[in-house]
Design a protein around this ligand. Sequence first.
Ligand code: ZN
Length: 282
Amino acid sequence: MRLGVLGGRAVAVSGDRAADIASVSRGHLPADPMALLEDWSRVRDQVAGLPADAYGLQVDPEALQAPVPRPRQVFAVALNYPPHAAEAGYTPPDEPLVFTKFPTCVTGPSTTVALPRGKVDWEVELVAVIGRETYKVSEDRAWEAVAGLTVGQDLSERVSQLRGRPAQFGLGKSFPGFGPTGPVLVTPDEFDDPDDLEITGLLNGETVQHDRTGSMVFPVPDLIARLSAVLPLLPGDLVFTGTPAGVGNRMNPPRYLTEGDELVSRIQGVGEIRQHFTAAHP
Ligand code: ZN
């Protein structure tokens, strides 16, 4: 099942068609995507069971919005792919390195980002969306906590991210528009193997990042078990699971996003998101 948001309303997506979930259920199911996720374990079978003739809307891909518009918690993980840890000058960590992207940075799949002052870099990431309140779940049951997967960009302003000793990642990764997501949320059952998906980042058509999510040091269920061992995960929470090698600040010479660039982030079985960039704020 593929879930999207059009005009602020939750839709089920099939190919280029969509069903407005609240309308076709005659109000039994909520229009608000956050309310739908809040109740996801109870309502998912009803959404999955919508008849083919419910899909009466034509999807304009440019009109799709963030599949989770107002997450309460946004987790992100550093150095979760060994080649990226190596390019950053580290060995793979023994424990997940967790930081937050503040939720106001979350946006949809087709956006234009105004570059702040500094050095803005790209990080294509698989994002896991939590589908039920989850506390102290075991790794072998952690996929049950996941409503679905989506594509994310962990846009990062490296000067403010790495300033200070020790560095504090949160603000440098939370400028407006720094958390684009989408194009839809795809339920785990849609994948042959949700633990091993091709992940690609393209800058102006050139592949700059390419790996498989199976390379992760801490795969999705391990991350969810470890996060939920500390605090409750809530419906609609996002977990940015780390980026593969190929970020700009580890290139020689370093390369950062500039006005006019186009960044495409793609994950097998989910789709792609596309960001354009405009000149720095004054
Ligand atoms: Zn990241």
